[in-house]
Design a protein around this ligand. Structure first.
Ligand code: SF4
Length: 339
């Protein structure tokens, strides 16, 4: 378009800076652009915004051009920092037992533009509140490494100085453990943080909650983490969902500490909020989570407990999209019965 309209490159540069780095409002940024009416800023349309009444979480439901719903979550943490959780796919083929997105079945990959527009729109929303977007985590719908090429392109654009210009160390990619893709990511983006959703160090237990574990067994992941450490020279995040009676005993904590031997890691214990689709799973109570954390800390492991925000707005991955789809199905059913 720049060549077609013989635009001064400076105008294009300014527009890109205003929108992608400063997250200026569309109208303000386009007002100063000679061909503002020819620019389409977004590929996603905002379908619904839900703000938590109890904490600083906001869930954004977007509709893609193919008509699919996806979720992003903004977390405004008490320290003043903000984090955006983005989706990389619609649905997820990993089918984890505890996850609403996993219950949706097959996945569709989001394009880099669709992933980046989540960042762009959330950044604009925060800028309108005079806040900055500090961190971006790939922990929303989808297994990012099942959409690897688009993920890499997205990371490239997020960190490019002429585009979003974000520090790679403020970005975290979370995976259930696609080992070869973890290595490729660590090689190409050594400063981007990696998180492994581990959830159990017993292969049989892990297979029951993460079916993908059949393909990527624990011993392979252990070796992968060591190699990732070498490539990144920093610790990897270990996500551990606390599921009552499944993975939360004192023995489980000691086994986790042993399993992590020789691996630079920070363990994040995550309380589980039950979902309708997995009534057989419940969360560990707080005392037991603290006892589990103490065992890890005594074993010399950096450990934190992440109390999740947005419980009142179904902030966990995929829950609101599932609810919207279910509500729509109920509406459609009622309508077809009436007609
Ligand atoms: S937890 Fe992540 S990888 Fe597992 S099904 Fe949900 S979105 Fe997919």
């Amino acid at each position: 378009m720049r060549k077609e309209l013989r635009l001064d490159p400076q105008f294009v540069r300014k527009l890109r800076n205003d929108l992608l780095k400063k997250f200026a409002n569309d109208n303000d940024a386009l007002a100063a652009f000679p061909a503002g009416d020819r620019v389409q800023c977004h590929v996603l349309s905002l379908f619904k915004r839900v703000d938590s009444n109890i904490d600083g979480a906001t869930k954004l439901l977007f509709r893609t051009s193919a008509g699919m719903l996806i979720e992003s979550v903004i977390l405004r943490i008490a320290t003043g920092r903000t984090t955006l959780c983005v989706s990389s796919q619609v649905g997820c083929a990993a089918a984890c037992d505890f996850c609403a997105t996993g219950k949706m079945g097959i996945a569709q990959n989001l394009t880099p533009a669709e992933i980046l527009d989540q960042v762009f729109q959330a950044g604009q929303l925060l800028a309108a509140e005079n806040r900055r977007l500090d961190n971006i985590v790939f922990m929303g719908m989808g297994e990012p490494f099942h959409n690897e090429q688009n993920l890499h392109e997205t990371l490239q654009i997020l960190t490019a100085s002429h585009m979003f210009d974000r520090s790679p160390s403020t970005i975290l990619v979370s995976t259930v453990g696609v080992h070869d893709a973890m290595l490729r990511c660590a090689e190409r983006f050594p400063l981007v943080n990696l998180a492994l959703s581990l959830h159990s160090v017993d292969q049989e237990t892990r297979k029951t909650i993460i079916p993908l574990a059949r393909k990527h067994p624990l011993n392979e992941l252990q070796e992968t983490l060591r190699q990732v450490n070498k490539l990144q020279q920093r610790e990897v995040m270990i996500e551990y969902l606390m599921l009552a009676g499944v993975n939360d005993s004192s023995d489980n904590a000691s086994q986790l500490a042993v399993w992590l031997d020789g691996i630079q890691a920070h363990v994040n214990l995550i309380p589980y909020n039950p979902i309708d689709d997995a009534p057989h799973l419940t969360g560990t109570d707080r005392d037991q989570i603290s006892a589990f954390a103490d065992i890890l800390k005594k074993a010399g492991r950096k450990t934190t407990v992440r109390y999740s925000l947005g419980n009142d707005i179904a902030a966990a991955c995929g829950q609101l999209v599932r609810k919207e789809n279910r509500d729509k199905a109920i509406q459609d059913h009622k309508f077809s019965r009436q007609s």
